[in-house]
Design a protein around this ligand. Structure first.
Ligand code: FES
Length: 63
């Protein structure tokens, strides 16, 4: 799913970067165009980062 609509960044791309060592939105911004326009994705991006860190619980979204 898209996390950042402005930059077209998906949760899978965030997961890949967390697996490579990203721990914050600013870390993601080194390789992904996330949070660089309207910034409304920052909070959700942080939640995804936390969910993908080792030992984190999965976050789920209700439809
Ligand atoms: S949705 Fe991510 S910067 Fe706008």
């Amino acid at each position: 799913m898209y996390v950042c609509l402005c930059g077209g960044v998906t949760d899978n791309e965030i997961k890949e970067q967390v697996e490579l060592g990203a721990e914050s939105v600013s870390d993601l911004q080194k390789t992904l165009p996330i949070g660089l326009c309207c910034g409304t994705c920052d909070v959700v991006a942080e939640q995804f980062i936390k969910s993908f860190l080792p030992g984190a619980k999965d976050i789920s979204y209700a439809a």
